[in-house]
Ligand binder design. Structure first.
Ligand SMILES: Cc1ncc(COP(=O)(O)O)c(C=O)c1O
Length: 481
């Protein structure tokens, strides 16, 4: 160990979190309808597999784009040699158009302000490098995406200070919570460089209200700090209230070319809206020239391959395809979310009302044996090992409340037939008699078509959490914070 760097041996990566441990358990024993029907179903991963038929049919109809051809001529050599870290102009133009489209064309983006990165993971880390020094802090509302511990802190040395949001107001951001987090950072002698929000939220599956967006803008203006808005789920808002991008707020306030205009940055990616996390396509959008210039240089460490850029530039320029894709994707997610909520309600589990993303924040406090984090982990272990579902406990999202808060990701349900028996779906202490405490969970709603049986008995069974037509991937991750 002594031969290795401190970075490698420190534990700020968050690898020990139940979020990552659940993934590891799934890897060891993945569910397969035929080969491993008693395996674990991955519901702790925010994957959107609902519209692969649309993507694949587009690919079949556009062989030139797939075969590195343009107007019938091969451009293989051009693509193989391309290594400009500014990215392909055609792709950047198509991506900003797509970003505008999913925001109802209320915001126009300039492709000169866009930096391509290998996914939102890389975009968030790059922004940390641009905006903060080791030991500086960013404030994040809780509960937050467990991957942020790795993405924001690990290699940069930046600290996260939580903005404690509570179930009593549906985890909404308040002025006092922002101020308390700022003071907490000061108490710890940390210099606050900004606030990072996800809008729509991972793991809550809700969009920020105009009131919250205004609060954030006023707060960062008063403190003279940055705001990063991770809008990776902006294309999958399927119910009212709708989504408002931070850029729209600034435009409505006519803040263009003011100081605040330079302090706000958007993170985006095609991992969720287009369901292609394996392609590693992300972006930073900033009106701050210095940030764009520095991030462009840093993007050398995580470029998007030129053949991916080429393929997607053709796909995203096809407006008939994108319009149909976006609306169909929203429709299918909404349908699936409704089935999931209904199924959970049938087994006595309530959820935070959500309108976006791939999650369901589930209240399972009544299933806890005691009002402790240990009890939450206990129930999480039962769900993963006895029921066979990997979900994320609320604690892995740094949820602040002492009551057990759980989270069920609607991640990878695979394909068909998730109505497996799973020890008959019966887990001691789950779904039986009601207990006093309450837990929230977050459930992902984004997988492919699954097996049967949302309607069912009071026991929590895989079958019951997997509606027959819509919910293919549901990551049930219980996190207790
Ligand atoms: C809020 C948020 N930001 C960033 C990421 C990382 O996305 P990517 O696959 O584009 O790196 C995720 C993935 O789940 C996420 O939920």
């Amino acid at each position: 160990m002594k031969l290795l760097s401190k970075k490698v041996t420190c534990n700020s990566h968050g690898q020990d979190s139940s979020y990552f441990l659940g993934w590891q358990e799934y890897e060891k024993n993945p569910y397969d309808e035929v080969r491993n029907p008693r395996g674990i179903i991955q519901m702790g991963l925010a994957e959107n597999q609902l519209c692969f038929d649309l993507l694949e049919s587009w690919l079949a109809q556009n062989p030139d784009a797939v075969g590195f051809k343009k107007n019938g001529e091969s451009i293989f050599k051009e693509l193989a040699l391309f290594q400009d870290y500014h990215g392909l102009r055609a792709f950047k133009n198509a991506l900003v158009e797509f970003m505008s489209e999913i925001r109802g064309n209320k915001v126009k983006f300039d492709s000169d302000n866009l930096v391509l990165t290998a996914g939102a993971t890389s975009a968030n880390e790059t922004l940390m490098f641009c905006l903060a020094d080791p030991g500086d802090a960013f404030l994040l509302p809780t509960p937050y995406y467990p991957g942020f511990d790795r993405d924001l802190k690990w290699r940069t040395g930046v600290e996260i200070v939580p903005i404690q949001c509570r179930s009593s107001n549906g985890f909404r951001i308040t002025g006092s919570a922002l101020e308390e987090a700022y003071q907490e950072a000061e108490r710890r002698n940390l210099k606050v460089k900004g606030v990072l929000v996800t809008n729509p939220s991972n793991p809550l599956g809700i969009t920020l209200s105009l009131h919250e967006l205004n609060l954030l803008v006023n707060f960062i203006t008063a403190k003279g700090i940055h705001l990063i808005s991770d809008e990776i789920y902006s294309g999958i808002v399927f119910k009212s209230p709708g989504f408002m991008s931070i850029m729209e707020v600034l435009m409505n306030k006519k803040y263009m070319n003011t100081q605040i205009w330079n302090q706000i940055h958007i993170v985006y990616s095609l991992s969720k809206d287009l369901g292609i996390p394996g392609f590693r396509v992300g972006a930073i959008y900033s009106n701050n020239e210095m940030v764009v210039s520095a991030a462009t240089k840093m993007s050398s460490f995580g470029l998007v391959s030129s053949q991916t850029q080429y393929l997607l530039s053709v796909m995203l320029s096809d407006k008939v395809f994108t319009e149909n894709y976006v609306s169909e994707n929203r429709k299918r997610l909404k349908h699936r979310q409704q089935m999931l909520i209904r199924g959970l309600r049938n087994v006595g589990i309530g959820c935070l009302e959500s309108n976006a993303g791939l999650f369901c924040w589930v209240d399972m406090r009544h299933l806890l044996s005691s009002n402790t984090f240990e009890a939450e982990i206990e129930i999480w272990k039962k769900i993963i090992y006895e029921v066979g579902l990997n979900i994320s406990p609320g604690s892995s999202c740094h949820c602040s409340e002492p009551e057990s808060v759980e989270r069920i990701h609607g991640g990878d349900y695979g394909t068909e037939g998730h109505d497996k028996e799973a020890n008959n779906g019966e887990v001691d202490g789950i779904g039986g008699e009601e207990e006093d405490n309450v837990v929230f969970e977050n459930i992902h709603v984004g997988g492919e078509a699954s097996g049967n049986g949302v309607d069912g008995s009071p026991d929590v069974e895989k079958a019951e959490l997997m509606p027959s037509e819509g919910i293919d991937e549901c990551d049930l991750t219980m996190v207790r914070s």
